[in-house]
Design a protein around this ligand. Structure first.
Ligand SMILES: [Fe+2]
Length: 268
């Protein structure tokens, strides 16, 4: 077991995958759980090799020539971070869907640690399926409001009007959310935000990544966040869509309610 898993136990710690198991196990885990941890990727080259085996990269504003994004603290002292660039500072990042302000955010996101922080910088992960089930069971009125079309505006100008929960037929849904200055909610939804934040907190899992460790998540299901940190933390991120062989259906299956402590056994 890695040092990261030892100091920050997670429900996924025993699912680190070997090279040989990756392809089929990753596909199965993404279908079932929407999340898999990975290890043994200590360099940009090894990360890139893995990325090409699971996704087609979506280049974007912040990505480098190889399609990966280098995430480290580039902010200057005493200068405020511009909206949309907070990831390149060392502050806390609230839970969010990656690239929530475009019409169709990338389905997959991989984050791998190349150099850990001196202190802090833990990764927070929240399963939208569990949040959705919790809301359905205990706050159905909030689940309804979150699914009202065009009830949330994501971005700061050239953004996208959408909703947090998109229902995809009778038993599937997708999830899009952020809780920072880059989102505005409808007046009907705004009063529910404190309860929504509490539900999100209930389903949050924290992970501290060591060199070569990371996670691959379904960005239409899971939210991610980051704690503030010190030191020269260095991560690489890949955004893209699954290779066709994975055959991931849109969204995720709506599940029966359970608490954060009662995860599905096959995803724990
Ligand atoms: Fe992010």
């Amino acid at each position: 077991m890695t040092a990261a898993a030892a100091t920050a136990p997670t429900p996924f710690a025993e699912h680190h995958l070997t090279e040989a198991e990756r392809s089929s196990m990753l596909t199965e885990r993404l279908r079932r759980c929407g999340l898999a941890t990975v290890s043994g990727l200590p360099t940009r080259g090894t990360v890139l090799g893995f990325v090409h085996s699971v996704m087609r990269l979506n280049p974007h504003r912040d990505s480098d020539r190889d399609g990966l994004t280098t995430i480290h603290n580039t902010s200057l002292p005493h200068r405020a971070q511009l909206p949309g660039f907070a990831g390149f500072g060392n502050g806390e990042l609230a839970p969010h869907t990656e690239r929530s302000s475009i019409p169709r955010p990338p389905r997959l996101m991989l984050l791998v640690c190349l150099r850990p922080a001196l202190e802090g910088g833990e990764c927070g992960l929240i399963d939208g399926q569990a949040v959705f089930a919790d809301l359905d069971a205990h706050h159905p009125e909030i689940a309804e409001e979150l699914a009202v079309p065009r009830s949330a505006y994501f971005g700061d100008g050239g953004g996208h009007l959408a909703q947090v929960i998109t229902r995809l037929g009778p038993d599937r849904a997708s999830f899009r959310l952020r809780l920072d200055e880059l989102v505005k909610f409808s007046p009907h939804l705004t009063p529910h935000l404190p309860v929504l934040r509490a539900v999100l907190d209930r389903h949050r899992t924290n992970m501290t990544l060591s060199v070569g460790e990371g996670y691959l998540l379904d960005n239409h299901r899971w939210l991610h966040s980051r704690g503030p940190f010190t030191g020269d933390r260095l991560m690489v991120r890949a955004l893209g869509d699954p290779i066709p062989a994975m055959a991931l259906r849109p969204g995720f299956v709506r599940a029966a309610a359970r608490t954060g402590e009662q995860r599905e056994p096959e995803c724990s």
